[in-house]
Write a protein that binds this ligand. Structure first.
Ligand SMILES: Cc1ncc(COP(=O)(O)O)c(C=O)c1O
Length: 415
């Protein structure tokens, strides 16, 4: 057992002495692609080739025949919901431990978000999804959180049997697999983000992957104001749509990034595995593990402290870890239920009055309120877990010093 006085927070020597390594994400490949994009003398995807090339690379990467490029991960989830045919009054199930980009498309379509629980490894819980299904359920948004796969094989089977669409939100899970199959290739649609905080970055951007040609046309058109540019011009503006287009500049960077996707996600995998190996025998906590058959790409990770074995609060533990130089925080930010939008059941985007309670109050009188009753595991993780950073750029020394610091702090606080 370590001595309390050895902890950096108590004046002892710091364990992680060097700054975490970072990597240069953009280089000669991106510059070359951008130069080619500019030389096309157009930055519109319809006339240029970069977005088209990026979509072809996504087809090869995922093995899915149809890909639509778009402006963000939020747009990609929204478009995927369009593929599932959601509309006003439909219910869409998702976990609350996610970014608001997972839920915005649901509300934008006048559909109702219904929260299901996650399990210990942060992913949507199959039994909880099943329990939340009603005759009005039209789709499930399966968020593969933090580079770990959800139990997408079972969720997909459950939903397919009931005619419910499956949107895989892969924003945080580039390269993640279950049973050797990429996430994003199981459900009705796979939604990806290339915002600057993701494994692959184009600044902002996103992709939707699909199996079905009819849905591809629907999604392609919805993403471009239903201009129907490449299909049947008589159908132009036959439906409404958004301008969710990706520009040629984003497309150019996407080409360069997709060419190194395996290398980027592979380094996240290697760093995450090293953390796992070194924290297997941690006393006083366990590290979150991928499902059996899962290949994780560790966008970040989680520790589950066993508070019965520890004599400190979470805040004290996190402060001690941070004092050692560990990049970590109390897990708590990923919670849509606590956001004012759901607490008040009010959509208040532009004007203070009149407040609009749709879709939380439906025209048929149905009302939806949000609390933690259906999501006890999610609530427990928010209150007890510790999140720590993983990055593919980390050196072995970064990981080794971090895990040494984690062992040191937990040992010191063991009861
Ligand atoms: C799980 C998840 N879904 C969707 C999004 C939305 O992506 P974007 O920021 O590109 O709109 C994010 C972004 O943080 C995310 O983490």
């Amino acid at each position: 057992m370590s001595n309390m006085s050895e902890l950096a927070i108590n004046g002892g020597p710091k364990t992680k002495t060097t700054p975490y390594a970072t990597t240069q994400r953009f280089g000669a490949e991106e510059l070359e692609q951008l130069r080619e994009a500019l030389e096309q003398n157009t930055l519109f995807y319809g006339f240029g080739n970069k977005v088209k090339q990026a979509c072809e690379l996504m087809q090869q990467y995922t093995g899915r025949p149809y890909v639509v490029a778009c402006s963000s991960g939020t747009a990609a989830v929204h478009l995927s919901l369009i593929a599932c045919g959601i509309g006003p009054g439909d219910e869409v199930i998702l976990t609350p431990n996610t970014d608001s980009g997972s839920v915005i498309g649901i509300i934008a379509e006048g559909a109702v978000p219904v929260f299901c629980d996650c399990n210990e490894n942060m992913q949507p819980d199959v039994a909880s999804i099943a329990a939340r299904i009603t005759p009005r359920t039209r789709a499930v948004v399966v968020v593969h959180l933090a580079g770990y796969p959800a139990q997408i094989d079972e969720i997909n089977a459950l939903c397919t049997a009931k005619g419910i669409g499956v949107v895989e939100d892969c924003a945080q899970s580039w390269g993640t697999r279950l049973n050797d199959r990429l996430v994003g290739t199981w459900g009705t649609a796979g939604a990806y983000s290339t915002n600057d905080f993701k494994h692959l970055s184009t600044g902002d951007g996103g992709f939707v992957t699909l199996e079905d040609e009819t849905l591809y046309r629907r999604v392609f058109n919805y993403a471009d104001k239903h201009y129907d540019r490449f299909f049947d011009l008589s159908q132009r503006q036959a439906h409404h749509g958004m301008n969710y287009r990706m520009s040629e500049l984003q497309g150019a960077v996407a080409v360069a990034q997709l060419n190194k996707a395996e290398a980027i996600t592979g380094s996240f995998h290697a760093v995450g595995r090293r953390f796992e190996d070194q924290l297997q025998n941690l006393k006083g906590a366990s590290i979150v593990m991928p499902l059996s058959g899962g290949y994780a790409t560790y966008w970040w990770s989680l520790l589950h402290p066993d508070w019965s074995q520890l004599r400190c609060t979470r805040e004290e533990l996190v402060a001690a870890l941070q004092a050692e130089g560990v990049s970590c925080a109390s897990y708590g930010g990923y919670d849509l239920i606590q956001s004012p939008l759901f607490q008040q059941g009010v959509v208040r985007p532009w004007l203070e009055a009149p407040r609009c309670r749709y879709p939380f109050v439906q025209p048929d009188g149905r009302t939806y309120t949000y609390d933690y009753t259906p999501t006890p595991t999610h609530k427990r993780l928010l209150e007890t877990a510790i999140r720590f950073s993983v990055n593919g750029a980390y050196t072995n020394q970064d990981v080794d010093e971090t895990t040494a610091a984690i062992h040191k702090v937990f040992n010191a606080y063991l009861a």
